[in-house]
Design a protein around this ligand. Structure first.
Ligand code: NAP
Length: 260
């Protein structure tokens, strides 16, 4: 991993750390290559890693990411800002293990075309303007008619993000699962859906259909599109993974403890 680049949160401290890493690694014989890196060093937080993932999505098969948190230890960031010199040492002297995380794929279809998007944390269909009804199919079988604000679909990696805030389960690494969690579901005598998060195998395909998703948004990580004129949304795991370069081992319990 001799070609590297840096991505930062945009604050002056993260920028300063990036410059320091760039200088030190270049001095040690590494090549700064923002166009075609093998290693993307993300300085900021879990949100910075997410933005770097989308920035380098076209290279995702050949690039690995590592995070430094300019705050407390984040969930996926392996170093804090006090450990930058230890990080530089590890990059120069250690070979990382590669930790792969599933990438979600979403297809939005109307009568004319299908659009594709990728997400690492989650895909949400959410309507805060009016009650959104939708028929939910799992592997092409009708599962339920949902009414409420929407649903969130995440894998193991995104289980600690938005999913966790809406009562979804945090999934341990190594458990390759998909999870669908309701966002403000309506439950009464005339409208009822499962109500609890549904955990599925990684091959599951989730299809959301309704004659109108007008005013609803498709949120995929920090990005979104308007769903006006869309009638079918399909979410499943893609064949691609995001790769974390782990230069040191951090117990998962320690990462979980950083969440609360
Ligand atoms: P953002 O400011 O980049 O992130 C919002 C918060 O979510 C930050 O504290 C971030 O940690 C944390 N986070 C992001 N990915 C995480 C993960 N995989 N596990 C644990 N924590 C994670 O917000 P944004 O740009 O609007 O959206 C990016 C992501 O943030 C979304 O994909 C969504 O999952 C998450 N988010 C969560 C909530 C919520 O929990 N209510 C609301 C909005 C967005 P850092 O501080 O380390 O960056």
């Amino acid at each position: 991993m001799k070609r590297f680049t840096t991505v930062n949160r945009g604050d002056s401290e993260s920028q300063r750390i990036c410059l320091h890493i760039k200088n030190e690694l270049s001095h040690a014989g590494f090549t700064y290559d923002a166009a075609n890196p093998e290693l993307v060093v993300c300085v900021g937080g879990d949100g910075t890693l997410l933005k770097a993932f989308h920035e380098y999505l076209n290279l995702v098969d050949n690039v690995a990411f590592v995070g430094i948190h300019t705050g407390t230890l984040g969930f996926s960031t392996d170093y804090t800002q006090d450990q930058v010199d230890s990080f530089i040492h590890d990059v120069i002297h250690n070979t990382p293990t590669i930790d792969e995380k599933r990438i979600l794929e979403v297809m939005c279809t109307n009568t004319h075309k299908t659009q594709h998007f990728m997400a690492l944390n989650e895909v949400r269909v959410e309507n805060i303007v009016k009650t959104q009804a939708m028929d939910i199919f799992i592997n092409d079988q009708h599962f339920e008619t949902f009414r409420g604000n929407g649903v969130c679909i995440s894998g193991q990696y995104g289980s600690t993000a938005y999913n966790r805030s809406i009562g979804g389960a945090v999934i341990y690494p190594g458990l390759d699962l998909l999870q669908m969690t309701e966002i403000s579901g309506i439950h009464h005598r005339h409208a009822r859906s499962l109500g609890s998060p549904l955990v599925m195998n990684p091959e599951a395909k989730i299809t959301l259909k309704h004659e109108s998703f007008d005013h609803a948004l498709l949120c995929y990580d920090h990005l979104h599109i308007h769903l006006d004129n869309i009638h079918t949304i399909t979410i499943k795991n893609s064949d691609q993974t995001m790769k974390f370069a782990r230069f040191k081992s951090i117990p998962h319990i320690q990462r979980l403890n950083a969440l609360f």
